[in-house]
Design a protein around this ligand. Structure first.
Ligand code: C5P
Length: 206
């Protein structure tokens, strides 16, 4: 068993498939996985209930994102993206993510700035993307069963706005690290995308 730190960093825009790939890698390699978007979603949720953003980040515990269904809504994504543009919130969440990443045996983190800012020395970096319409359709299919009033156009507009904010903020914008492998999932079935990611990780582990 690998007891040294071995970090797998997955970044990319919303609904590109990085969460699904991260969970599959976690199962395949028996490594713990942190969906870092949940940290920002949990802070955003508390802020939407009236809490100060920095205080919400300081007070965050793992229990706040242990039951993520209420954090995976469309509105929670918007709140998350707003607090994620605040440098003091990002600074407060940094150490937790780095500690998670460097645990013995390795860890998988997915987000927007893992390969660039949180873990620039990660052993494996992947930037997962897909074209805008494909991502919007996937997110619509995921959210619609719980919100039948939702329209595809609204989801598409949300994603465009959120991606633009995430990519243009001054502090830790969403970006592909120079040494990250680009995985475009537009035309890849999920099994093929996972298989490509598994192969890439295996090459780096040997
Ligand atoms: O990945 P997810 O869609 O759950 O992320 C929600 C929001 O959290 C993103 O739109 C982004 O603003 C923010 N985020 C971030 N950095 C990360 C992960 C998520 O800024 N590492």
């Amino acid at each position: 068993m690998n007891v040294k730190p071995f970090t797998i960093a997955l970044d990319g825009p919303a609904a590109a498939g990085k969460g699904t790939i991260a969970r599959a890698l976690s199962e395949h390699f028996s490594m713990p996985h942190l969906d870092t978007g949940l940290l920002y979603r949990a802070v955003g949720y508390k802020v939407s209930q009236g809490k100060n953003p920095l205080q919400a980040a300081i007070d965050l515990t793992e229990g706040d994102f242990a039951n993520p269904s209420q954090l995976r809504t469309r509105i929670a994504g918007e709140h998350a993206s707003q607090v994620a543009a605040m440098p003091e919130v990002r600074a407060q969440l940094l150490e937790f993510q780095r500690n998670f990443a460097r645990r013995n045996g390795g860890a998988i983190l997915d987000g927007r700035d893992i390969g660039t800012v949180i873990c620039p020395d990660a052993e494996v970096k992947l930037f997962v993307t897909a074209d805008d319409r494909t991502r919007a359709q996937r997110r619509f299919d995921e959210l619609w069963p719980n919100d039948p009033t939702l329209t595809y156009d609204a989801v598409f507009a949300d994603l465009q706005k959120r991606d633009a904010r995430d990519a243009s903020r001054d502090d830790a914008p969403m970006a592909q690290a120079d040494d990250a492998l680009l995985l475009d999932t537009t035309k890849l079935a999920i099994d093929a995308a996972v298989a490509a990611a598994v192969r890439f990780v295996q090459e780096k582990r040997t």
